[in-house]
Design a protein around this ligand. Structure first.
Ligand code: P6P
Length: 372
C-alpha cells in the first residue's frame, strides 16, 4: 500500500493498518491482530519504564521461577507474557500461540524432540492465525536500563489445527488434534505472513513487515499513538558496525572468525575498518543494524553448536524483516527463513546484515565446505 513514492510519514499505525486492510481485503483480520499487538506493546512499554518504580525488577517468585529455557524468569517476563497472550487471545483471530515463556515439559509425540507448553492457547478453529512471540527479549537487561524488546511472528493457520475452543492446563490430555495444532506452529520463516518487534528504549519503536517492505513507527506518548517515522526501511548493502559477542571469538566457526577479523582490520570487500557495538539485547542490536547497516549475529560455536537464538520466535521473524529491508540472514550455510523448526524452542546459528556483507560471509563458509 505504502511505498517509496507515497510518503505517509506521520500517519498512525492504526490508520496505516486500516489502509492496508482496505487495499488488501484478505488482510482484514490482520488489522485487528495488529491493533491488539500494538496495544499490548504500549502496555509493555509502560511496564518496562516503570519497572523500578513499581517493584517489577528482579526475579519472579523471588527466584523460584524457571522457564523451559532453564532461564530464571523475571517478574516482567511473566507479566509481559500474560499481557501479550491475553491481547492475542481476545482478538478471536488466533488459532494457536507459542511463546518463549510458556512451557512445562509435556511430551507431544516422538517426532518432537523438545517439550511443549501446557499453555498453548487454542481457540475456535475460526482463529485464522498462529502467533509466535518472545514477549520481552533481553529481559535480563531491564534492571540495568538497557533496551529490551518484544518479537512476534504471524503465520496463517493450516488444516493441521481443528480444535474447538480450549485452553490447556497441565492436566489436559494432549489430543491428536492438539498435536496437529502444535505442529502447525512449526513453520519455516518463509511461511510468515507478518513479523515485527517493539523496541523499548530511548523511544518506543514498532517495526514490522507484511511481506511488502518494512515500516517503522515511534510511540508519541502525548497521544498514545505509534506514528510512522521510518517509512520503507532499507538496510544499506554494507555498513561499518559489527555486533556480536566477541567473548566467544575463539570458539566461533572458523569462517565467522575470519569474517569478523576482516571487518575489524579493514581487510574486507568494502575496505572499511568496522567498529563494534553489542548491547546483548537482540531487538536493540537488530534495530540499529537495520537502520545504520552492518552485521549482527549469534553464530555457532563449539559450546553452542546451534547458537543461542531461538528459530521460531527470534531468528525467523527478525530474518523476515532484514530480508524485506534488502538484507540477508543466514546460518552461514543456509538461509534462516528456509529452516523448518523441529521444536518450538529450537536454537539456530544466526548472522544477519547487509546483502554485500552476508554474501562475503557465505562465500567464506562455502570455501570452507569446498576445502573439506
Ligand atoms: P549473550 C538476550 O538474553 C538474548 O536472548 C538476545 O536478546 C541477545 O542478543 C543474546 O541473548 C545475548 O546473548 O550470550 O551475548 O549475552
Amino acid at each position: 500500500v505504502f511505498n517509496e513514492t507515497c510518503d505517509q510519514t506521520g500517519i498512525t499505525l492504526s490508520r496505516f493498518m486500516l489502509e492496508v486492510a482496505r487495499a488488501n481485503p484478505d488482510l482484514q483480520e490482520l488489522e485487528s491482530v495488529f491493533a491488539s499487538i500494538q496495544t499490548a506493546c504500549k502496555t509493555i512499554a509502560k511496564l518496562v519504564k516503570r519497572s523500578a518504580i513499581d517493584g517489577m525488577t528482579g526475579l519472579q517468585a523471588g527466584g523460584g521461577a524457571v522457564n523451559v529455557q532453564g532461564e530464571e524468569q523475571k517478574k516482567l517476563d511473566v507479566i509481559t507474557n500474560d499481557v501479550l497472550k491475553r491481547a492475542l487471545k481476545f482478538t478471536g483471530r488466533m488459532g494457536v500461540i507459542a511463546s518463549e515463556e510458556e512451557d512445562v515439559p509435556v511430551e507431544v509425540d516422538n517426532t518432537m524432540d523438545e517439550s511443549y507448553g501446557k499453555d498453548v492457547l487454542v481457540e475456535e478453529s475460526g482463529g485464522r492465525y498462529i502467533s509466535v512471540f518472545d514477549p520481552l527479549d533481553g529481559s535480563s537487561n531491564v534492571d540495568a536500563g538497557i533496551p529490551v524488546g518484544t518479537i512476534f511472528g504471524i503465520f496463517e493457520e493450516d488444516d493441521d489445527c481443528k480444535l474447538a475452543d480450549n485452553f490447556f492446563d497441565d492436566k489436559t490430555d494432549i489430543s491428536e488434534a492438539m498435536k496437529g495444532c502444535l505442529r502447525s506452529t512449526l513453520k519455516p520463516g518463509n511461511s510468515l505472513v507478518a513479523a515485527g518487534y517493539a523496541l523499548y528504549s530511548s523511544a518506543t519503536h514498532f517495526v514490522f513487515t507484511l511481506g511488502a517492505g518494512v515500516n517503522g513507527f515511534t510511540l508519541d506518548e502525548s497521544i498514545g499513538e505509534f506514528i510512522l517515522t521510518h517509512p520503507n526501511i532499507k538496510i544499506p548493502p554494507r555498513g561499518k558496525i559489527y555486533s556480536i559477542n566477541e567473548a566467544n571469538r575463539d570458539i566461533w566457526d572458523a569462517p565467522v572468525q575470519d569474517f569478523i577479523q576482516g571487518l575489524a582490520s579493514g581487510n574486507n570487500r568494502g575496505k572499511k575498518v568496522y567498529t563494534s557495538r553489542y548491547i546483548g539485547s537482540m531487538v536493540g542490536d537488530v534495530h540499529r543494524t537495520l537502520l545504520y547497516g552492518g552485521v549482527f549475529g549469534y553464530p555457532a560455536d563449539t559450546r553452542s553448536p546451534n547458537g543461542k537464538l531461538r528459530l521460531l520466535y527470534e531468528a525467523a521473524p527478525m530474518s523476515f524483516l532484514i530480508e524485506q529491508a534488502g538484507g540477508k540472514s543466514t546460518t552461514g550455510l543456509v538461509r534462516v527463513m528456509d529452516i523448518p523448526p523441529k521444536s518450538v524452542h529450537q536454537r539456530v546459528p544466526l548472522m544477519l546484515g547487509g546483502a554485500d556483507e552476508m554474501d562475503e560471509l557465505i562465500e567464506l563458509y562455502n570455501a570452507k565446505a569446498d576445502a573439506a
